[in-house]
Structures are given as structure tokens and as C-alpha cells.
Design a protein around this ligand. Structure first.
Ligand SMILES: *Cc1c(COP(=O)(O)O)cnc(C)c1O
Length: 386
């Protein structure tokens, strides 16, 4: 028995991270200094994208992505019900109409067959979306090639919510390379793969979009000489659009940059922990979420799913584990069940695959510094009576 609760996820911070932050605190700039640019460059290089724009959170990144792609009141955008609410909220920040596409039970990612069907229906009704936000659930990349081939004929923009998936690969390409999308968003919240405290980034290969994201993330203000009239005085700046203060500080970026150097190791450890779980728990009456052929998961989450044959309910397992100081979590309550979305007209039964997923899933601890895996495995075996 462990004295304190083992969390389902947590950050890994070492002395080099601490030193990086302290160095920034002692420097001339604690915000809008050199660290943000260095971090952006390093992220872009790591995921093989032309540009990276660092911001204050993935939520801000999703909002800016929708704005930069001109999503507004008269448009529709689609996402999935099985995600954190931020994926959907970005659409509503722009006052657009939202609709959802259901997921594949095996991966938790958007289901291409259901997307295809919904697109054909929407075409007939003249209700095609302007953009689609897909979510790389638990660290598994969605089937981007298929999704892009379905969306391109209609000129639908694609944003990847890769909050779970920094360090993941899709057919030998790093998630974030935007080979099949317009923009890709990562989160640096402490439970995610690397952290900057709070923080997020958007990657893209489109130079104009990247400039627009930068502008909108900093009040819509530019001091760029190229964008001002020729005789602009040296103090001059201009607000070109209604933007926000979504900037990342140098303090956060210094931490992010230091963490990024550990990414490969984090992914290696997460994959080892996942393989251990899969091996040790393989005879239990439960199911797992695993990446399909050609995908390397970043294993942000390790999810077990109860089946008909499972002797206990999901709630019983959750309570048993909690009693043993093993923290677990449910990812996620379907977004369309949230009162805010129910008020928009969505209801239980609208997206059965996401709902069934929610009813059966349970995330158990996985993070680089997890040392209690053996204990967790033994407890699960006891709880599930093997
Ligand atoms: C964590 C998360 C977000 C929000 O990230 P923040 O950086 O906390 O704003 C968005 N989408 C998904 C899928 C997430 O898991």
C-alpha cells in the first residue's frame, strides 16, 4: 500500500529544467525574449514543420487556429465528442455552429467511415463544415491520410488537436508535420508529454497562416516595418485586427525548451511502461486501446476498458483502485453531454460509440517517473480476481 495517491499522470522535472528557468529569471527578458523563438524553432524542427507559434495554452492555440482559418458565426465546424471540452469550445469561441463525428472504439480517434457518411449527408443538405478538428486520442494519430482525402474535395480545413501526441508518429512522419492538415496544436500542461507549466504551440507549413497566428495571439498588433507605411516613426505600431494576449512568456519557453531535449526519452519510457502493462494484464477480462499498424503512440494515457465478462463494473474498479491509492481518471465524459452543449440541442444517444467508450474506459497511471507499476499490476489482478 502506498502512503500517498499515485497520480494517473504527472510531470518530470529535473535540475536542468530548474536551471533553465532560473537562468531566464536572471536574464534581461522574462517575456518576449529569445527563449520563445528558440523554443518555437526547436519544436518546428522536432516535428518537421516549417513554423511553430508558441502560445499560453493549447486552448488558446485551438482558438487562434479557428480564428486564423476565418471560422465565424455563419460557419460550421466539426470535432469529436470524445475529447477534453477545449477541442469543441474553440469552435464556440468563434460563434460557429458545432457538430460532432463519432469515434472508432479501438483507438478513440475519429472514425473515417462515419466522417465520410456525414460529409455526404451534409453535402446534400448544403451544411458542409468549414473546418474539422481531429483529436489524436491518448497519443494515437488519427488516420490523417484518409481524413485528408475525405475533406479535400470539399475544401474543408483540418486542425489536429495533438495535445496528447507530441512525440507520436504516423507512418514514419512525426505528428505535427502537418502533411495532411493546415495546423497542429500541442499542449504543455503538466500532465501532457512535456510541460512548460501552462503552454501550447501551433505548427504549420503555411507562412501566411503562421504570421496571422502570431498577430492574433498578440493583440492583433504589428511593429513589423514591412507591414507599416514607409515613413512610420520608430515607436510606431498598428493594431490590424482584434487579437488577444495569448503569448507564451520566456520563463515558460525556457522550461519547454529544456523539456523538449528529454522528449525522445519520455516517449521511450512511456512505450516501455505501456508494453509492460499490455503484457502483464493480457489475461485479464479487459480491453486496451492500442495504436494501429504504422503508428507510434506517445502513450499520454493508458486506458483499460471493461467488457461484458469483466466481473466488476467500471465504477467498482475505479473505487477499488482509489482505495489502494492508485489514481485513475475517466477520459472523457462525452462533450455533447455537458450541460452547455446539451443546451445547444445535443442529447444522450447522439454519438453511441463515444458514449459506450465513456461508460467502459478507465485511465491508469502512466508517466516517466512511475515506479509503482508492479504494485498497480498486482492490485488490478487482485481486483479482477485472477
Ligand atoms: C489538455 C488538452 C487540451 C487543453 O490544453 P491546455 O494546454 O490545458 O489548454 C485540449 N485538447 C485536449 C485533447 C487536451 O487533452
Amino acid at each position: 500500500m502506498y502512503q500517498s495517491m499515485i497520480p494517473y499522470g504527472r510531470q518530470f522535472i529535473d535540475n536542468s529544467d530548474i536551471e533553465a528557468v532560473v537562468d531566464t529569471l536572471k536574464s534581461d527578458f522574462i517575456t518576449q525574449g529569445p527563449a520563445v523563438k528558440q523554443f518555437e524553432k526547436a519544436i518546428a524542427k522536432k516535428v518537421k514543420a516549417k513554423h511553430a507559434v508558441a502560445v499560453s495554452s493549447a486552448t488558446a492555440a485551438l482558438h487562434l487556429s479557428c480564428l486564423a482559418l476565418d471560422l465565424s458565426e455563419n460557419d460550421t465546424a466539426w470535432t469529436v465528442p470524445l475529447s477534453f471540452v477545449a477541442s469543441a469550445n474553440a469552435i464556440k469561441y468563434c460563434k460557429a455552429t458545432i457538430d460532432f463525428v463519432d469515434i472508432c472504439p479501438d483507438t478513440g480517434c475519429i472514425c473515417p467511415e462515419q466522417l465520410s457518411k456525414k460529409l455526404k449527408q451534409a453535402e446534400k443538405l448544403n451544411k458542409l463544415p468549414k473546418l474539422l478538428i481531429v483529436v489524436h486520442f491518448s497519443g494515437i494519430s488519427c488516420d490523417m491520410k484518409t481524413i485528408a482525402s475525405l475533406c479535400h474535395p470539399y475544401n474543408i480545413k483540418i486542425v489536429e488537436d495533438a495535445s496528447h501526441a507530441l512525440g507520436a508518429y504516423y507512418h514514419n512522419e512525426p505528428v505535427g508535420s502537418c502533411l495532411y492538415s493546415d495546423l497542429c496544436v500541442f499542449s504543455f500542461h503538466p500532465v501532457k508529454i512535456i510541460t512548460s507549466g501552462e503552454g501550447g504551440v501551433i505548427t504549420s507549413n503555411d507562412t501566411q497562416l503562421a504570421q496571422k497566428l502570431k498577430l492574433l495571439g498578440s493583440h492583433g498588433i504589428t511593429k513589423d516595418k514591412d507591414k507599416l507605411h514607409d515613413d512610420a516613426p520608430p515607436w510606431y505600431y498598428e493594431q490590424k485586427d482584434l487579437g488577444f494576449n495569448y503569448r507564451m512568456s520566456d520563463i515558460h519557453a525556457a522550461l519547454g525548451l529544456s523539456q523538449l531535449s528529454k522528449l525522445d526519452n519520455f516517449i521511450k519510457i512511456r512505450n516501455e511502461l505501456a508494453q509492460n502493462y499490455l503484457h502483464e494484464l493480457k489475461d485479464l477480462p479487459i480491453e486496451f486501446i492500442t495504436p494501429p499498424e504504422g503508428c507510434l503512440s506517445s502513450w499520454h494515457l493508458f486506458i483499460i476498458k471493461v467488457k461484458k465478462e469483466t466481473k466488476k463494473t467500471r465504477k467498482e474498479i475505479y473505487l477499488d483502485l482509489t482505495k489502494l491509492n492508485i489514481g485513475c481518471q475517466i477520459h472523457y465524459i462525452p462533450i455533447h453531454w455537458q450541460p452547455y452543449y446539451a443546451n445547444l440541442g445535443f442529447k444522450k444517444g447522439d454519438y453511441l460509440d463515444s458514449e459506450k467508450f465513456y461508460e467502459t474506459c478507465l485511465s491508469i497511471p502512466i508517466y516517466p517517473s512511475l515506479t509503482e507499476q508492479r504494485y498497480i499490476v498486482e492490485c488490478l489482478k487482485k481486483i479482477l480476481c485472477i
